[in-house]
Design a protein around this ligand. Sequence first.
Ligand SMILES: Nc1ncnc2c1ncn2[C@@H]1O[C@H](COP(=O)(O)OP(=O)(O)OP(=O)(O)O)[C@@H](O)[C@H]1O
Ligand SMILES: Cc1cn([C@H]2C[C@H](O)[C@@H](COP(=O)(O)O)O2)c(=O)[nH]c1=O
Length: 237
Amino acid sequence: MRPAWPGKQSVTKSTGRFITFEGGEGVGKSTQIHRLADVLRRRGHDVLVTREPGGSPGAEAVRHVLLSGAAEEFGVRMEAILFAAARSDHVEEVIRPAVDQGTIVLCDRFMDSSRVYQGVTGNLEPQFIRNLERIAIHGMVPDLTLVLDLPAESGLRRAKARESKDATPDRFEKEELSTHEMRREAFIELTQKEPDRCKLIDASRSQDGVALAILSAVEPLLQQTGETSAPAQDQKS
Ligand SMILES: Nc1ncnc2c1ncn2[C@@H]1O[C@H](COP(=O)(O)OP(=O)(O)OP(=O)(O)O)[C@@H](O)[C@H]1O
Ligand SMILES: Cc1cn([C@H]2C[C@H](O)[C@@H](COP(=O)(O)O)O2)c(=O)[nH]c1=O
């Protein structure tokens, strides 16, 4: 875990790692998280796969409220606060304890989704988003954030093909293509602003190609603890 404000608070020493996956709808986050988890487990790591909103019993309850659209009528600020409440519970109940025990935590979406969905396309003031983020993550900044990048139209097509015929798009999926494109741009901008933490991954390639790019981005983080790199056969899962 990185310190949220270097120099302003003490750094907790831990052998665990916290890696988040971000990006628009259907870019392949969930597919790639499970592939990376398999590779890391084969190398002997303890790995926990989790997601947001959700990941703890309390946060999963809030997930339903958010994705069903039940909170939409109360406005974007209300939704942002609910995402933050769910995040706080998830961090304190699941993520921090696991990282402290030496686990590699892989999380499908985290604080950057709030910056983009509620901040940029929800038009909430940056200071409001920053304040919520500070309270929710309480210093639990990801060591690495992999931003999977794909034209919004392709991602939505993939997501649609994945779902059953009768499934209806959730609260956020149902929005305009232009909104999804704006989110894509916002994620790209975010990686440019925080290049040490965030790596942009071209998600238009085959699943194997994306998995290899992700592994290359993750390896330096593992090597920081002196761990060995993968044998060649590990790179396909
Ligand atoms: N590189 C790829 N090329 C083509 N199809 C892919 C690729 N990666 C994933 N898919 C397929 O696209 C669909 C969406 O992938 P996935 O569920 O992993 O995306 P996601 O980013 O987690 O989606 P969401 O944001 O909706 O949760 C799945 O059917 C998956 O099999
Ligand atoms: C964490 C988080 C998520 N969202 C949105 C983004 C997606 O549309 C959904 C989650 O669905 P998924 O299929 O599990 O990716 O929630 C958001 O708007 N703000 C957030 O902080």
